[in-house]
Design a protein around this ligand. Structure first.
Ligand SMILES: Cc1ncc(COP(=O)(O)O)c(C=O)c1O
Length: 419
């Protein structure tokens, strides 16, 4: 690279990534093949439109890449008509996928744009209980154009209370119910969400951004039997480049436009992505996603997903043993939420009284990267909340096992206790 300034910065960031222990739950390390696909001439090509329906010439190879990416996305989650090596055939041939959304947030916005009129209600988990900004939070466009009906977790269990959710949905009648979170460590009962959506007349959208890799590795329940729409980022547990996928169930229709004609949600979503929100797709990114999806179908990836979960369990248990309060008492995924503040008091094991910002700063100084995070019913402000969020996806890619996570827990404990 001739640009020395940028080259140096890239090298510096590469070294930083090698040096630290990365426990950011939403990050991962892509393979060399994914990086290679990203840095190719595919970035030069304009391809507005969809395969065989482009607004520019010269797209015959681009079409093949986009179709391959779609096929691999459907195959990975056992949705393709003829999935190779598929165990679960129940959803085969029933889904479409759009691979053009540039990232998770635009993917979610595109869904609402497709299926909800302005001012329509999105029932999503509130940010401070673990939802994402794009689930209708007021600072996001999703809370400005549409209206959030927030739900949270139960104060005692710190898990979703499905009865409360049902009552709220029936009372509020949202257009879309969103299941899927940024900081909720437990499994989600998608069947219950389906019942709630049916009882309230809503579409069920699952945002599986965080746990998509675990679903692919059969380590987390699949939402496809129950959802109408499934969105996901491709760069968290799924270990691909930054991008997103939007899956829509075939045959699901809604009244749309001025005449209220029934239209398939898959075609409404395609139109919302392009031309509704975006112009030309980023074809180098789509090729990188295709590479990652093939990798995620491998036996190695299944082992990886299993290890991610085992590591998270060990990390949570080891921290709990040392006195730290794990939100909801544990984890069923790659993600752990820890109350480091514990109402400002230290317990008999010396854990507690460290606010989230201070916890994350102290850990960063020692080379452990995490993010400060609100806990449910947090009494502290978002800039310095009561907890931190940890995840095991990135370090499991760096082949860390349970014994390594015991050591990581020991270090975290010592650093937070100032030892
Ligand atoms: C559940 C969920 N949805 C959507 C997003 C948004 O993804 P992006 O940052 O790619 O826009 C995130 C990102 O953290 C997320 O956790």
């Amino acid at each position: 690279m001739k640009d020395i300034q940028i080259k140096k910065l890239i090298e510096a960031e590469k070294n930083r990534q090698k040096k630290v222990i990365n426990l950011i739950a939403s990050e991962n390390y892509v393979s060399k093949d994914v990086l290679e696909a990203l840095g190719t001439e595919l970035t030069n090509k304009y391809a507005e439109g969809y395969p065989a329906k482009r607004y520019y010439g010269g797209n015959e190879i681009i079409d093949e890449i986009e179709i391959l990416c779609q096929t691999r996305a459907l195959e990975l989650f056992d949705l393709a008509e003829k999935s190779k090596g598929s165990q679960d055939r129940s959803q085969a041939g029933k889904w479409s996928v759009n691979v053009q959304a540039l990232s998770g947030s635009p993917a979610n916005v595109a869904v609402y744009l497709a299926v909800l009129p302005q001012g329509g209600k999105i029932m999503g988990m509130s940010l401070d209980h673990g939802g994402h900004l794009t689930h209708g939070h007021k600072v996001s466009i999703t809370g400005k154009v549409w209206k959030q009906v927030p739900y949270g977790v139960d104060k005692n269990t710190e898990m979703i209370n499905y009865e409360e959710l049902m009552a709220k949905a029936i009372a509020e009648k949202p257009g879309v119910i969103v299941a899927g979170f940024t900081a909720y460590p437990r499994v989600v009962d998608f069947k219950k969400f389906r019942e709630i959506a049916d009882a309230s007349g809503a579409l069920l959208m699952v945002d599986m951004s965080h746990f998509a890799g675990l679903v692919a590795g059969k380590e987390y329940p699949s939402p496809f039997e129950y959802a109408d729409i499934v969105t996901t980022t491709t760069h968290k547990t799924l270990r691909g480049p930054r991008s997103a996928l939007i899956f829509t169930k075939k045959g699901v229709t809604i009244a749309s436009g001025e005449k209220g004609e029934k239209k398939e949600i898959s075609s409404l979503v395609d139109k919302a992505v392009f031309p509704g929100m975006q112009g030309g797709p980023h074809m180098n990114q789509i090729a990188g996603v295709a590479v990652a999806l093939k990798e995620a179908k491998s036996a190695d990836f299944k082992k990886y997903a299993k290890q991610v979960k085992k590591n998270a369990k060990v990390l949570a248990e080891e921290l709990a043993k040392r006195g730290w309060r794990i939100i909801s008492g544990g984890t069923d995924s790659h993600l752990i939420l820890i109350d480091t503040w514990m109402e400002g008091k230290k317990n008999e094991k010396g854990a507690g009284a460290v606010a989230g910002k201070s916890a994350s700063d102290k850990l960063e100084k020692a080379g452990i990267i995490v993010n400060k995070n609100a806990i449910p019913f947090d009494t502290r402000p978002p800039v310095d909340p009561s907890g931190i969020r940890l995840g095991t996806a990135a370090e499991t890619t760096h082949v860390k096992k349970e014994k390594d996570f015991v050591k990581i827990a020991e270090r975290i404990d010592k650093i937070l206790k100032g030892e």
